[in-house]
Design a protein around this ligand. Structure first.
Ligand code: FES
Ligand code: FES
Length: 159
């Protein structure tokens, strides 16, 4: 039997009925058209599907949509504001931290949670924050550098 849920995604209120076994990933991509969230392993191992729920990173492939009731969700579509990239997005571009891009949405959101909670992380803390986001293009060093550049105020910011 479908269950009604009400939640916020990227600042917009959403109200709809979902099957109890629907994942948040399928809700976002299939029903809400937020296709920036990536589906990799679909089993909790790669981090590509990471989104933010009430300020914490969650794996949307392992999260039931019904858990979103009364929660705030941020997806990669919610990172840029007023046509301006988030500093983490700009820094990823400037540091060539994006290759195929499959992991990018996931680690950007993990990094956002880190910097929201700890604006001056160490390299080790950055590494730990994105440890669950696998990058098959082996771009880990560039990813770390791009996050640290934002934390240390070295990254360019779009005016
Ligand atoms: S697709 Fe969710 S962890 Fe890999
Ligand atoms: S850039 Fe290709 S998986 Fe990370």
């Amino acid at each position: 039997m479908q269950k009604k849920i009400v939640f916020t995604v990227n600042g917009d209120r959403v109200e709809l009925s979902v099957e109890p076994n629907l994942t948040l990933l399928d809700l976002l991509k299939g029903q809400l058209g937020l296709i920036g969230t990536r589906e990799g392993c679909d089993s909790g191992a790669c981090g590509a599907c990471t989104v933010i729920m009430d300020g914490a990173p969650v794996l949307s492939c392992m999260t039931l949509a019904v858990r979103c009731h009364n929660r705030n969700i941020t997806t990669i579509e919610g990172l840029a504001h007023d046509g301006k990239l988030h500093p983490l997005q700009q820094s990823a571009i400037d540091h060539d931290a994006v290759q195929c891009g499959f992991c990018t949405a996931g680690w950007l959101l993990s990094a956002k949670v880190l910097l929201d909670n700890n604006p001056t992380p160490t390299r080790e803390q950055v590494r730990t924050a994105v440890a669950g986001n696998l990058c098959r293009c082996a771009g880990y060093q560039r990813i770390e550098e791009s996050i640290l550049a934002v934390a240390e105020g070295r990254a360019k910011v779009q005016e």
